[in-house]
Design a protein around this ligand. Structure first.
Ligand SMILES: [Zn+2]
Length: 416
């Protein structure tokens, strides 16, 4: 099974929207673009919802079977390390090795020396086809990068070899992620990180660097668009070069995490992909859950009442729910709607506040972000929530599919 040039990570917290998500991808295929669906769910989400990776696998398999999808698809063990990977071994065939926490951890000096010796041949001026800027390389720069990143890449190697030992003979896709860190990697850092990944023998297919700006959950990008575009193009240029230079897989591509709703980035990304003839993996996750709440609110009656109840509980547990996501949300509590006011809203008002439509004056990104992290409340409702999903499956499914196709795929992959 091959990951195609374009792939999309589709999270589905409650494992109810597999078909709706796949329907969006099938629509893209009808319009001439093949996108590989990758169902992703992290250890954190599984723990919060009390699901197992095998639940994700079963939901994905069922959706694929129901809609007769005869192309590749994957189930991603999202953001795993040595401590968590075992839980995902049976269910997953895509592994996102998260080594961000190992950046700047001390590395054996002999390993640093060996790395510098091996790659000092790149000393001088380094240029990447497709970008004008040239980069000055010398031994001390290589050493500095090795000090910062070599241990993290070695950790990725340890996780990879562990998976390999357990899944011998099975094919699986490997992603290396360093996105959950403070500083974006420079082009030179990317170059030598990929050199180190090649040296570790990791057949990396997607790499998730940290990009400039804020990738808050479920809302648009906040940052310097020009700077982002510049860095994104640099990353693409580096990746194109390292494939040959270090004999990495020829379909190696970038992976953009927290990719839901980064609407202002999709056009520049699409243009950059065209320019470099490059592929992309876009990870989205949490917004499918928000489409469920939107669908419930649209349904009115019991559905709307349940959506309001979820909001009230999330509001009451603000600190607890926001804490795990502190670095990826920005909620202005002063203007956050009070539950008593929300209770008075009709369907149109609730949906208008929640749906990510920046042209709608009702749209409220504070309200949206709090509900985004509020899935724990729905998880605790258990059957009551799941039954509501079944009861309003049609209207929810329409919202889920429309969100993925119209607002994400169309702009990013079809360039419309
Ligand atoms: Zn990530």
């Amino acid at each position: 099974m091959q990951l195609s040039t374009y792939s999309i990570g589709i999270g589905d917290r409650f494992a109810h929207q597999g078909k709706a998500q796949l329907a969006a991808i099938m629509k893209a295929r009808e319009e001439g673009v093949l996108i590989t669906p990758v169902w992703n769910k992290s250890f954190r989400e599984h723990s919060t919802i009390h699901t197992q990776p095998m639940d994700t696998r079963q939901a994905a398999d069922a959706a694929v079977k129901a809609l007769n999808w005869n192309e590749a698809y994957f189930v991603d063990a999202d953001h795993v390390g040595l401590k968590t990977v075992d839980l995902f071994l049976d269910a997953s065939d895509f592994f996102t090795l998260d080594v961000a926490d190992y950046i700047e951890k001390p590395t054996a000096e002999k390993d640093i020396d060996a790395f510098v010796n091996k790659f000092q041949k790149y000393s001088g001026e380094l240029a990447f086809p497709g970008i004008d800027e040239k980069f000055e390389v010398n031994q001390s720069k290589i050493r500095e990068i090795a000090h910062k990143y070599l241990f993290a890449v070695q950790e990725a190697g340890r996780i990879y070899r562990h998976i390999l030992s357990k899944k011998a003979g099975d094919q699986f896709v490997v992603e290396v992620s360093m996105d959950e860190t403070k500083e974006p990697q420079t082009p030179l850092e990317m170059f030598f990180i990929l050199a180190a990944i090649a040296q570790e023998g990791i057949p990396v297919r997607t790499i998730a660097p940290k990009f400039t700006g804020r990738f808050n959950k479920g809302v648009d990008y906040v940052g310097d668009l020009k700077q982002f575009t510049k860095e994104f193009e640099q990353d693409l240029a580096v990746i194109q070069m390292v494939k040959k230079e270090f004999s990495l897989p020829s379909d190696l591509k970038l992976s953009v995490h927290s990719g839901s709703d980064k609407f202002s980035l999709y056009k520049p990304i699409h243009q950059a992909l065209r320019k470099f003839n490059a592929g992309l993996h876009l990870k989205t996750a949490g917004t499918t859950w928000l489409e469920e709440v939107i669908g419930l609110a649209m349904a009115g009656g019991d559905g709307l009442a349940l959506a309001k109840k979820i909001y009230r509980k999330a509001f009451d547990r603000f600190d607890e729910l926001c804490l795990p996501y502190a670095t990826v949300i920005d909620i202005d509590t002063v203007v956050l709607p009070q539950p008593d006011d929300v209770d008075k809203w009709d369907s149109r008002m609730f949906v208008g506040k929640l749906k990510h439509d920046r042209r709608n004056p009702l749209y409220d990104l504070n309200f949206r972000q709090l509900l985004h992290v509020g899935y724990k409340v729905a998880a605790e409702m258990g059957d009551r929530y799941l039954k509501a999903l079944d009861q309003h499956a049609e209207i929810i499914g329409q919202n889920v599919a429309e969100n993925i196709f119209e607002r994400h795929i169309k702009v990013l992959f079809l360039g419309k």
